[in-house]
Ligand binder design. Structure first.
Ligand code: AP5
Length: 208
């Protein structure tokens, strides 16, 4: 199974990706997580991405495409993959299509998660992330229940940055929904409800 999760910031893509990757036995590839890991390790890629991420802007297509192209050469993608947070522009979607055509591994589906902006702001302002393993939590708690790591609030989850991320999503990312509708790959579900309810909806939409 090879598919993409598309949706605004805070729709729950990362949360659902963990469930779906386990369900389908495929790797979860999150461009946001790769940038944050590079930032934590102080690599040139991480430092380059930080300036864009902190402002809620997209990292340039050339940088992101190269990073994803490299990730798609890893042997684990032979089982399939789930892309979370990529593509985010029509140029990235075109690049991915060419890369997958060259690999003879076309996409099976694109799952769009819809949610209104007021719920997004509520979710993102409450979100905490583990510094150790990256696990996502809906609210503050003393420490990560998986690895004991410290929980922190992402710099891009401050309210003014959330607003900019929403604008960037509407301007630059929402057009890829039409791109994938034209390709006949789009499946759309509501991201509202409990995590288990949304996971059930996602699995059912992807299994059609
Ligand atoms: P990225 O990390 O991809 O951020 P995002 O797309 O903005 O998505 P989020 O991680 O904010 O939200 P999510 O939908 O995964 O929601 P989550 O599951 O955490 O990108 C960050 C930045 O990196 C970008 O702004 C850009 O600068 C750069 N970047 C990344 N990819 C790029 C690309 N392709 N091109 C260029 N730049 C790129 O859930 C949110 C909260 O809600 C959590 O607290 C969670 O616990 C809670 N929650 C989840 N589901 C539910 C539910 N059903 N009910 C209640 N609460 C829920």
């Amino acid at each position: 199974m090879r598919f993409i999760l598309v949706g605004p910031p805070g729709a729950g893509k990362g949360t659902q990706a963990v469930h779906l990757a386990t369900h389908f036995g495929i790797p979860h590839i999150s461009t946001g997580d790769i940038f944050r890991l590079n930032l934590k390790n102080g690599t040139p890629l991480g430092l380059q991405a930080k300036g864009f991420m902190d402002k809620g802007e997209l990292v340039p297509d050339s940088v992101t495409n190269e990073m994803v192209a490299d990730r798609l050469t890893h042997p684990d993608v032979q089982a399939g993959f789930l892309l979370d947070g990529y593509p985010r522009t029509t140029a990235q979607a075109e690049f991915l299509k060419s890369a997958l055509t060259a690999m003879n591994s076309p996409l099976d589906a694109v799952l769009e998660m819809t949610i209104d902006n007021s719920e997004i702001v509520k979710r993102l302002s409450g979100r905490r992330t583990c510094r150790g393993c990256g696990k996502i939590y809906p609210a503050a708690q003393p420490s990560c229940d998986s690895c004991g790591g410290e929980l922190y609030q992402r710099d891009d989850d401050k309210e003014e940055v959330i607003q900019r991320r929403l604008e960037v999503y509407a301007d630059q990312t929402a057009p890829i929904v039409g791109f994938y509708r034209n390709e006949g790959l789009l499946r759309t579900i509501s991201a509202l409800g409990s995590v288990d309810e949304v996971a059930g909806r996602a699995i059912s939409a992807l299994s059609k």
